[in-house]
Design a protein around this ligand. Structure first.
Ligand code: MSP
Length: 646
């Protein structure tokens, strides 16, 4: 069995968690869950960074001791685990004894290697970054990050970083995947090629840190302290867990702390004679509604708030689907809601609702016999399955979460098309039981495969879907999706409530007429209305009234003349629901029934059903003009049925 060890940065306890912390932790969690599903012996570590001047200053400001401050702020970081559905195996705090022991031991090894010597440091220090800067790096009197710097002159223990420049470059050469993305690796190489100076590794002007062994008045530089967490949490060299998991498979970090992980940390490890991590992956940063996130702008995104309003799984999905891992991205509520409604509720949710709904209705929920699955309509589904699997495995290997989700959703799309084309309701009418069994089996199996694949991303909904399908443990591994047909026949599947409810967006009451520009940032779900309902002027309706209309994409499955009215056609349309709807439309003067099949039209879906000459019409199609000049309003055919139109 291979082992897999993934870490997040340990977070500073000077403030509350924000989206940046949530992001790395969710990515690490997805990787850990994926590797467990692959059968790897997996360990997932996160934690908090509790020493250093930054924390000491924050505590002083709050009027408490640094330890009290750390205890108080470590709590919300721990609470990220249940809130974001993280499956971390351990949470390290750098104020724990198990940690400081290993830091001191590492220090001693570096001393033994002859890499630590006493000297005097004079230069710039940024508390915000907890980092030293050269004169040449200072921009407008500040650190490159924008944080304030102060001039520092003190006795310090130096680490012979300069000695490790050539060794690091050699290592980089031999390990082309050591830093990802590769553009970031180039930055690191350029920095090392530029020549490394020895690094100040102790401070004397404050004492909130781990004491330098055998040297009164010095505390160990917070980054050496912090980086060692990756090893101390395993018990340090010699411990069983260390042997099982070190070197780490990947350290996930944000791009701003790459130098510490890709230069200092490997140099410390080389000095101490320990193996280097296999990979450091630096992800990008989030802006919020197009702006840099900052406390002073008051636009920091609180992960607990997002989870409470939209759910942990939707948040996880959004974070990893919205941007390619490694690039910067922008967080907006409109973007989040649109992915929830479009991809989770419509695409995935509807597939599950309609497929399990039909299984319930036509086969009392019993998974039918598999059949041969060799009808022409089965080809694209099976092909999408094979391609999706290959793309997913490759994407997860390179930590391209967005590509992995895109690959999974391609199969969702193919499965939705399969429902439309294989049209089980027609098979029922035709009494083609054998084919109906085959189609329903394929729909169960595709949901099982999707359930397995989405589980690392959606750790409740994925397993819930597998529960509904009655999948056993052996049918939940990635390996069990290597071939089509892993779900046994004869089991009982449960229909259940919609897997992903839509988020109903409340439009602001004061918005004028339907022509109002498309909203960028819709209100939170079920948020109280901002203002009393606007009075409508003559002939003008309030936005609220317009917002009551549920307009949906629908595909025409069948059309025939109304049995009792010349002007009308009777259509069967797929609106992304468990069953097609019947709609009567006064368009017989403009369209022959056969012209309509396959058209993607606009359905007013929440119109009360009405009996029209003996046929119950469940909705209305939008059209322009009248008589023979009439034209149905259509939308691009690649929009899945059920997509809402606003
Ligand atoms: N304590 C150090 C890490 C030590 S690891 C041995 C630290 N902590 S931090 O709390 O300031 O930052 C943690 C992570 O949050 C970093 O990876 C950083 O890149 C990330 N982010 C901070 N703001 C961010 C965004 N706006 N977007 C994405 N990630 C961001 O650094």
């Amino acid at each position: 069995m291979s082992s897999f060890y993934v870490t997040t940065p340990i977070y500073y306890v000077n403030d509350k968690p924000h989206i940046g912390h949530a992001y790395t932790s969710v990515a690490a969690d997805v990787l850990a869950r994926w590797h467990r599903a692959l059968g790897d012996d997996t360990w997932f570590l996160t934690g908090t960074d509790e020493h250093g001047l930054k924390i000491e200053q924050a505590a002083r400001k709050a009027g408490v001791t640094p330890q009290q401050h750390a205890d108080r702020f470590a709590e919300p970081f721990r609470a990220l685990t249940p809130a974001l559905l993280l499956s971390n195996d351990d949470t390290i705090r750098t104020t724990e004894a198990r940690h400081s022991q290993v830091v001191s031991a590492l220090w001693r090894k570096m001393v033994e290697a002859g890499d630590i010597y006493l000297g005097t440091y004079a230069g710039w220090y940024s508390v915000g970054d907890e980092a030293y800067f050269d004169e040449s790096e200072i921009v407008d009197g500040k650190a490159p990050s924008g944080h304030a710097v102060e001039w520092v002159e003190e006795h310090t223990y130096f680490f012979r970083l300069s000695k490790y420049g050539p060794l690091l470059l050699e290592y980089f050469e031999a390990h082309p995947d050591f830093v990802k993305p590769s553009s970031r690796f180039n930055e690191v190489k350029r920095f090392v090629e530029g020549g490394l100076k020895d690094l100040s590794l102790s401070r004397t002007t404050f004492n909130w840190g781990i004491p330098v062994p055998d040297a009164d008045g010095h505390v160990i530089y917070v980054w050496m302290d912090a980086l060692t967490n990756y090893v101390s949490a395993l018990g340090g060299p010699g411990a069983d867990k260390y042997d099982r998991f070190w070197p780490a498979s990947v350290h996930l970090i944000g791009k701003d702390i790459l130098r510490f992980h890709a230069v200092y940390w490997p140099a410390f490890l080389m000095s101490a004679g320990l193996p280097l991590p296999q990979q450091v992956f630096a992800h990008g940063w989030w802006t919020v509604e197009g702006q840099k996130m900052s406390k002073s702008l008051g636009n920091t995104i609180d992960p607990f708030d997002v989870v409470q309003r939209f759910g942990a799984e939707a948040f996880r999905y959004f974070l990893l689907r919205e941007v390619s891992f490694g690039s910067d991205g922008d967080f907006s509520e409109a973007g989040l809601i649109s992915r929830i409604n479009g991809e989770l509720a419509n695409d995935f949710g509807n597939l599950v609702n309609r497929s399990l709904g039909m299984l319930d209705r036509y086969r009392k929920g019993v998974v039918p016999a598999r059949g041969r699955a060799d009808a022409a309509e089965d080809g694209p589904l099976l092909q999408a399955f094979a391609e999706g699997r290959a793309e997913l495995l490759a994407a997860m290997d390179e930590l391209a979460f967005h590509k992995a989700l895109a690959a999974i959703w391609k199969l969702v799309g193919a499965a939705n098309k399969y429902v439309d084309v294989a049209a089980p309701w027609t098979l029922v009418k035709q009494g083609d039981d054998a084919r109906l069994d085959e189609v329903l089996y394929n729909l169960c199996e595709v949901q099982r495969v999707l359930g397995v694949w989405v589980s690392p991303f959606l750790p409740h909904k994925g397993p819930e879907l597998l529960d509904r399908l009655g999948a056993a443990d052996a049918q939940r591994t990635v390996a069990s999706t290597a071939e089509w047909g892993g779900l046994p026949s004869g089991g009982h599947a449960r229909k259940g409530d919609p897997l992903f409810p839509r988020i109903e967006v409340e439009k602001p009451a004061e918005a004028p007429a339907p022509k109002a520009k498309k909203e960028k940032a819709p209100k939170a779900p079920k948020a109280p209305k901002a203002a009393p309902k606007a009075e409508a002027a003559d002939g003008v309706i309030a936005y609220d009234d317009f917002a009551k209309l549920q307009l949906k994409v629908a595909r025409v499955l069948a059309a025939e003349k109304h049995p009792d009215a010349d002007r009308l056609l009777k259509l069967s349309v797929d609106a992304g629901e468990a069953e097609p709807r019947t709609v009567c439309a006064g368009i017989a003067g403009a369209y022959a029934p056969e012209d309509l099949v396959g058209q993607t039209v606009v359905l007013l879906a929440n119109l009360a059903p009405r009996k029209i000459r003996g046929v119950v019409s469940q909705g209305m199609l939008l059209a322009a003009g009248d008589g023979s000049d009439l034209k149905l309003a259509t939308v691009p055919g690649d929009l899945p049925p059920g997509t809402s139109i606003s």
